[in-house]
Design a protein around this ligand. Structure first.
Ligand code: FES
Ligand code: MG
Length: 585
């Protein structure tokens, strides 16, 4: 029998209520508590146990999620920490998402996981929660849910996988996955060799070992103060990881007593620190979308102009694949995020609160002294000096677009070229390798309809392949433009997240074969060189007609999803102050 949960205003500090928390009211609260205790005692609990502060542990283990394959060990260690602090740990499941096992794309399901997380935190009698996540979309979903739930929460990541070895060469998922597959397609690796590679790429359970979205979000969560200092980088299967889990459980029990809620840690100052670290690790462009979503939950939407300004000031310092040479386990041995923050100290908001109850600055003062190492560069020797991710605007992207300048060909950053247009992913697949395709190396490849609504789910299809006939002729990079995303492990002169997207009426949909497009990263410009009058004519000739799916989650998604700069969150899940900022056509 559902009945209504006790109402508590979001953001209000909570005091531990233990099993009395969120008590379902049958008109007789004491009877409801009596029943609740009777049921949990049926699982063998004593009165001493059930009368304590309750710390919920969010279990996102799944047979389809090897990135979370250490979940049982992590839960055991978190439980130990909670009990050492005198509270009662109780774990409960939510949805689990893995990049390779979520159709049509894990991004499509991220908001569902965020809703599941928020609602279960609010439904259950938990005084605080430990959120255990790791794979790309899971940490963003948990932070979004916790931001809205307004209870004390602390993030624990599962940790990175170990590297493997292929014939003496260190390998890890998934920058190397692409490189070896390319060699296999080119006939350089035979069937047996590529099978050997397949068995070596993922050395253990845990998240991808390069600076993809999972590593980016782990570092960002620590920098934001919602995870313990030093907690981002220990690999999944290490003693360090288990000790962090124990400490996280202990701290969660204290948070419950202090009533320090997640929304009070995820402040604008903390979010700025997160963006700094995203830039300094040479992190995934997807991280930007996820942080926009978290910020939107709290009513202080991400300002892309401010982000561009921060990008111009922030060097890439961490030498991780795909931009650099190393893996997450190397970053851990080099001192992890605290050592990076030390190097970035003057760029950070040191007064930002953290989940420890101390400010970020106070935590840095307590952190171990940095030492000589080769993974985190000093400011004087950056991997990339500044502006690694640039924000573009122009008549092609009135609400913004981005380019990972650090991963682009320098000679293409100022470019004018003829558009070669693909209407959607299917059109691209059908024609890109056609020998008769009218395409030249200095053209601009444009892909429409892979945005949040268009695909739907904004898949990582923004990394358009170089047409085969040009690739054979030695062309390695071209300017490519879309309203989609790209994997953190890919590179090229690729304009992403064009907003508004084609499917909701963005100007991208008006681009035609042969139009001139101008990209100037220096001027932060992406311009379709077609007259205003012609554009208005094209608008009249092609009214927006995005079909709405008939039913189910897909329908909810298409009706509610926001554009990239708002994090692709659902409109009705954003903070009230942040609603309706994107005009609907
Ligand atoms: Fe899970 Fe890469 S697939 S982190
Ligand atoms: Mg990824």
């Amino acid at each position: 029998d559902p009945g209504g949960p006790a109402e508590r205003p979001v953001g209000a500090p909570s005091k531990p209520a233990g099993m009395r928390g969120n008590l379902t009211n049958y008109g007789d609260a004491e009877f409801a508590l009596f029943l609740r205790k009777a049921f949990i005692k049926g699982a063998g609990y004593t009165d001493d146990a059930v009368d304590r502060t309750v710390v919920g542990i969010v279990d996102t283990g799944s047979g389809f999620n090897p990135c979370h394959g250490n979940m049982p060990q992590l839960i055991e260690a978190v439980r130990r920490g909670v009990m050492l602090a005198g509270a009662l740990p109780v774990e409960f499941p939510t949805i689990s998402l893995h990049e390779s096992f979520a159709q049509p794309t894990s991004m499509f399901l991220r908001n569902l996981m965020a809703m599941d997380t928020e609602e279960m935190i609010n439904a259950l009698p938990v005084d605080a929660v430990v959120l255990i996540g790791g794979c790309d979309k899971t940490v963003p979903a948990q932070l979004m849910g916790a931001a809205s739930a307004g209870k004390p929460a602390i993030q624990l990541v599962t940790g990175s996988m170990l590297t493997g070895a292929y014939r003496g060469r260190t390998v890890g998922a998934c920058t190397d996955c692409r490189a070896f597959w390319g060699q296999h397609r080119a006939g350089e690796l035979d069937e047996q060799e590529i099978n050997e590679v397949n068995g070596s790429l993922v050395g253990s359970v845990g998240t991808c070992s390069v600076a993809g979205t999972a590593s980016t979000m782990a570092c960002v969560a620590e920098a934001m103060g919602i995870a313990l200092p030093g907690s981002a980088t220990p690999p999944a299967v290490t003693a360090d990881r288990m000790r962090i889990a124990e400490q996280t459980g202990r701290r969660a029990a204290e948070l419950a007593e202090e009533g320090l809620t997640a929304d009070r840690i995820l402040t604008p100052a903390a979010l700025e620190n997160a963006l700094r670290v995203l830039l300094a690790v040479g992190g995934s462009t997807n991280g930007l979308v996820h942080l926009a979503a978290v910020a939107g939950r709290l009513g202080h939407p991400l300002d892309l102009a401010r982000f561009d300004e921060m990008s111009r000031e922030t060097p890439v310092l961490v030498d991780l694949k795909p931009a650099g040479r190393h893996y997450m386990e190397d970053l851990h041995k080099a001192g992890g995020v605290p050592a990076l923050l030390h190097e970035l100290r003057d760029l950070l908001n040191l007064d930002a609160p953290t989940v420890t109850g101390r400010t970020l600055g106070a935590e840095l003062d307590r952190a171990p002294e940095p030492f000589a190492q080769e993974v985190i560069r000093p400011r004087t020797m950056p991997i990339y000096p500044s502006g690694s991710i640039a924000v573009l605007r122009g008549n092609l992207a009135p609400n913004g677009a981005i380019i990972k300048q650090a991963a682009a060909a320098p000679e293409l950053l100022e470019h004018r070229g003829r558009a070669v247009v693909f209407e959607n992913s299917a059109d691209l697949a059908a024609r890109i390798d056609d020998e008769d395709l009218d395409v030249r190396p200095d053209d601009v490849l444009v892909l429409k309809n892979i945005g949040p609504v268009g695909a739907p789910g904004m898949p990582e299809a923004g990394y358009l392949p170089i047409p085969k006939k040009l690739a054979r002729a030695g062309v390695r990079d071209m300017v490519r433009i879309s309203d989609g995303r790209m994997s953190g492990t890919a590179a090229g002169t690729i304009v992403l997240h064009v907003s508004p997207e084609a499917a909701v009426g963005g100007p991208l949909r008006h681009v035609r074969n042969g139009d001139q497009i101008r990209l100037s990263v220096q001027e932060r410009l992406i311009q379709l060189e077609v007259s205003e009058k012609d554009l208005q004519e094209r608008e009249r000739d092609s009214p927006v007609s995005q079909p709405v799916p008939a039913r189910g989650y897909r329908r909810l998604y298409v009706e509610q999803v926001t554009q990239a700069e708002e994090g692709c969150d659902f409109r009705f899940l954003q903070a009230e102050t942040n609603q309706g900022t994107v005009p609907r056509k």
